[in-house]
Design a protein around this ligand. Structure first.
Ligand SMILES: Nc1ncnc2c1ncn2[C@@H]1O[C@H](COP(=O)(O)OP(=O)(O)OP(=O)(O)O)[C@@H](O)[C@H]1O
Ligand SMILES: [Mg+2]
Length: 277
């Protein structure tokens, strides 16, 4: 039985996707969470990946429960969510026993969404760190969120893999709204060129354009922050990557403001085939 939705949902759900692994999704999602927290909160980070550099590892925390407990046990979301500092930022850790969400059948996914949606609506932002690639679990989660942020690097293989993920999502479910962030850019020019290339391919072959949210500079600050298990938005707020992520967060926060009327009429995560207009 799926829980009823509250009448006034205000949560912007957003998934960070990449065609290729190792482009910086987890670090970006984490820092974006902290940056968005400055604009509006609470924020929930949902770890949908079981890779080695998980959100919990990047934060240096060891939560007791995880996403899997919600599927296989009677625990509810409130018992599984792990509060991190500062107040107003929570983590839903990845399911450690699953390779990823791919093993979830439709019923389990429905139960999960039902259990979680009610709780999710308490947050202003829901950020999903998804595994790389175009596995079924990635695709099904990507179609349930309000915004899909494609993270890519200037590397040509990252470009082709990003195009592949956009193509699959648009051809299968008619999705045509994608936000793009270029990570590890050496300069504004390189970031712009990278975005333009991807945008042009989408326009030529899929018939729609992408939205640029900005870029994040390549910087040793990012690697250091992973090593120190402390988000660079907190530890190095004046650094280039921190400023970059803050300006991306500002754009997302503005988008949320204008989306608020729409958000209120649909669940935080919804099966687009059925319920999102
Ligand atoms: N802007 C950046 N500048 C320099 N290094 C970066 C930047 N962004 C990410 N990195 C580095 O890239 C590596 C991979 O980052 P991360 O684990 O966040 O990627 P990912 O996309 O989540 O990987 P996976 O696909 O394995 O989940 C990390 O060592 C991180 O320090
Ligand atoms: Mg990752």
């Amino acid at each position: 039985m799926i829980d009823p939705q509250p009448a006034q949902n205000r949560t912007l759900s957003l998934a960070v996707l990449s065609g290729k692994g190792g482009v910086g999704k987890t670090g970006f999602t984490l820092n974006l969470g902290y940056a968005l927290h400055r604009f509006s909160q609470p924020v929930l980070l949902v770890d949908c990946d079981v890779g080695l550099a998980n959100l919990d590892v990047m934060l240096g925390v060891s939560p007791k429960h995880n996403l899997q407990d919600l599927i296989v046990s009677d625990l509810d979301a409130g018992q599984v969510l792990f509060p991190v500092e500062p107040q107003g930022l929570d983590l839903l850790p990845a399911a450690s026993g699953l390779t990823h969400l791919v093993e979830m059948d439709e019923d389990a996914r429905e139960i999960l969404m039902g259990k979680l949606n009610r709780h999710f609506s308490l947050y202003d932002y829901l950020l999903l760190d998804l595994p790389a690639g175009i596995g079924e679990s990635v695709l099904s989660m990507a179609r349930m969120v309000r915004q899909r942020v494609i993270l890519l690097t200037p590397d040509p293989t990252s470009l082709t893999d990003s195009y592949a993920i956009i193509k699959v999502l648009s051809s299968r479910w008619g999705l045509r709204s994608f936000q793009v962030v270029v990570n590890m850019a050496e300069s504004a020019q390189e970031a712009r060129q990278t975005f333009e290339k991807l945008n042009q391919v989408c326009l030529n072959f899929l018939g729609f354009e992408l939205e640029s949210l900005g870029y994040v500079h390549a910087s040793p600050v990012v690697r250091d922050s992973v090593r120190r298990q402390r988000p660079f938005v907190l530890s190095e707020p004046e650094s280039e990557p921190a400023r970059d992520v803050l300006s991306i967060a500002r754009r997302i926060s503005e988008a949320r403001q204008s989306l608020l009327p729409k958000l209120s009429s649909t669940p935080v995560l919804a099966d687009l085939e059925r319920s999102v207009p």
